[in-house]
Design a binder for this molecule. Structure first.
Ligand code: SER
Length: 618
């Protein structure tokens, strides 16, 4: 069974149980300046979990592309990744625990064929005014009894506090901001067996092994969140009007369980990438099942895992319109690429850095069925990656030369290397060791903390500047964004399509396909047309319609996005003779007259064949 089979089986299983399939949302959340990436399946569904009716009903299923940068330092072991695909199903105030838990068990054991004896489950032990989840315990006992297993608490069913068995986007209840939904959860773990001796070889060997032990013997493969609470301003948890189920299961991990090998880098989602790295470096991949590798092997195996993970994440981000830059998503992408190239040096790959371009085609192939955009953009992505690699190669040589000049590699310099060149801490330590020096880790950590504080403040500022606070400014720019696209198509070229966007309260940014620089005359005409449409004070109307119908009227879709059967379309002008129509979730102004004066600030190249416009309203 490969990844495509598991994904398909999951979607079919829930479709048979009355769920409508929704397409994966893009990795960069649309019109949500408060967060950089989609990091779970529930994220695009928040309004519906809070009670807004979903156009496709109360039962939904999908496979969502997700990215979690907070896991970046964990990547390199056999199970952590930054990018992953999350299989998800939702009940929006419809079914609850007694349907969800048996269904998941049935899916894992009957559809994927996992041995029930190898499954262990966890529940919430209570806290923060919420009682212990005895209901789930009883359901699990019944489910296991059905396959002849007597499941006892403390043996097969384990209760944990909120740190482990409460889920919200911000973790435990005390960390949830007002308005945030969350709830207790119940997780399923797959046991890779004692015989692999993973526990004995781990740093946890002196403690008792249990499902949430980090030794690697147990792998979490399924998480059913009972999303029934919302955090209030006074810090309390209030029951939501509807009791929801929010399920998430990592596709890569499920395949690892099916393969009965804890190394997810040995699944079909990674093996083609590992093979390329083996070929270009001439070093075999280790990752042998259970037995300990030598230190050297461990390093190269870790490097191959990091490169495969980071390059997969990079390609998937770029397919969703992110380009390397020094800001926001582009900055994360640039760091992923740089880290990959640095770890490549551990495989002896330091001369021709364009080898990373070779990883694009196999990634596109892995996702051919599920995300065809990757294939459509593969050539473009490869060129951008190779350009970026060449540029980094030059910077890196300069960085290494800088290090040579320094007598003592103090923590501050180590942090500069981390910040400017993307050097992970361990790599700096190793450079330093080669020079017979030690680096002050404490000082490095202090710098790191200072930086974290700064970025937290920046993130808070971003939140303030986004839809949450100054919604009027952001919403006006969002509608201006639609007008700009239509104006570009009318004045410059009807073939222009949006390739990425980002809107804050201060400005909009739009990327689109076009081969050359726009002339000042063209830019002036585009600006004038947008301002003319603003002056006409046209109505902006949201319509829900069948996807085919929207396509027929010529509504603009974002390149490469998959849309559900029923879509929301924003129309500017009269529906029979509109100026702009776009597939979009909103929000927008009611009439264009409220937007203000539109001004193009800058036009530049974003990548080969892609132009970028910055504009604002005054
Ligand atoms: N939201 C939960 C998670 O991300 C379940 O989908 O694990």
């Amino acid at each position: 069974m490969n990844s495509a089979d598991v994904r398909k089986k999951y979607l079919e299983f829930f479709k048979k149980r009355g769920h409508a399939e929704i397409p994966s949302a893009p990795l960069v959340p649309e019109n949500d300046p408060t967060t950089l990436f989609t990091s779970s399946g529930m994220q695009p569904l928040i309004p519906y979990l809070l009670g807004q009716p979903h156009p496709l009903g109360k039962r939904l299923v999908d496979s969502q592309k997700s990215f979690r940068s907070q896991d970046i330092d964990e990547v390199g072991d056999n199970r952590h990744t930054t990018f992953f695909e999350m299989l998800g199903n939702w009940s929006l105030g419809d079914y609850f625990k007694k349907e969800q838990l048996p269904w998941i068990f049935e899916f894992l054991t009957k559809e994927l064929g996992l041995d029930p004896k190898r499954l262990y489950v966890t529940v919430f032990e209570g806290g923060n005014g919420v009682t212990k989840d005895t209901e789930s315990i009883e359901i699990w006992k019944e489910v296991f009894r059905g396959v002849g297993i007597e499941a006892k608490e403390g043996e097969r069913i384990f209760a944990y506090p909120a740190k482990k068995n409460w889920w919200s986007r911000s973790g435990e209840p005390q960390n949830m901001p007002p308005g945030e939904p969350g709830g207790p959860d119940s997780e399923v773990f797959f046991d890779f067996g004692e015989q692999l001796k993973l526990h004995e070889q781990s740093p946890f060997k002196n403690e008792k092994c249990h499902p949430n032990c980090d030794c690697g013997r147990f792998l979490e493969i399924a998480n059913s969140v009972f999303m029934q609470y919302q955090k209030m301003e006074d810090g309390s948890l209030k029951e939501l009007k509807q009791k929801n189920v929010d399920f998430g299961g990592g596709l890569e991990r499920m395949i690892a369980a099916v393969n009965d090998d804890p190394d997810i880098f040995k699944t079909d989602m990674f093996t083609p990438l590992i093979h390329i790295l083996e070929n270009v470096s001439g070093i075999p991949y280790g990752g042998s099942k259970g037995s300990k590798e030598s230190e050297g092997e461990e390093k190269t195996t870790r490097a191959m895992r990091i490169i495969s993970d980071h390059m997969r994440a990079s390609v998937m981000m770029m397919a969703d319109g992110v380009l390397p830059s020094n800001k926001t998503q582009g900055y994360v992408l640039r760091r992923l690429i740089r880290r990959s190239l640095l770890y490549g040096r551990k495989l002896g790959l330091s001369k021709d850095l364009t080898y990373i371009g070779k990883l694009v085609a196999p990634i596109a192939q892995i996702y051919e069925g599920a995300y065809p955009t990757v294939t459509e953009k593969a050539e473009e992505i490869k060129l951008i990656l190779q350009e970026e690699a060449l540029r980094f190669g030059k910077t890196l040589e300069r960085g290494l030369a800088e290090i040579e000049k320094v007598k003592t590699l103090d923590g501050k310099i180590a942090f500069m290397l981390y910040e400017t060149y993307g050097f992970p801490w361990e790599m700096t330590e190793e450079i330093a060791r080669e020079k017979g020096q030690q680096v002050d880790k404490k000082q490095f950590e202090q710098e790191f903390k200072k930086h974290q504080e700064l970025s937290r403040t920046a993130a808070a500022g971003m939140f303030k500047g986004g839809l949450a606070d100054k919604s009027e400014a952001t919403v006006a720019l969002h509608t201006a964004h639609h007008l700009l696209l239509a104006a570009l198509q009318k004045i410059v070229d009807p073939g222009i399509r949006q390739r990425g966007s980002n809107i804050t309260a201060e400005r909009l940014r739009m990327d689109f396909n076009f081969a050359r620089k726009l002339t000042p005359e063209e830019l002036k005409k585009v600006e004038d047309l947008v301002n003319q449409k603003i002056a006409e004070d046209l109505p902006v109307v949201r319509k829900e319609m069948k996807r085919e119908e929207a396509e027929k009227i010529g509504a603009q879709m974002e390149f490469g996005h998959k849309y559900p059967d029923v879509v929301s379309v924003y129309i500017v002008g009269s529906p029979s003779d509109f100026f702009s129509a776009e597939f979009c979730g909103g929000p927008h102004v009611g009439r264009t007259g409220t937007i203000g004066r539109f001004k193009i600030k800058k036009e530049e190249s974003a990548a080969s064949g892609i132009r970028r416009i910055y504009a604002s309203v005054e």
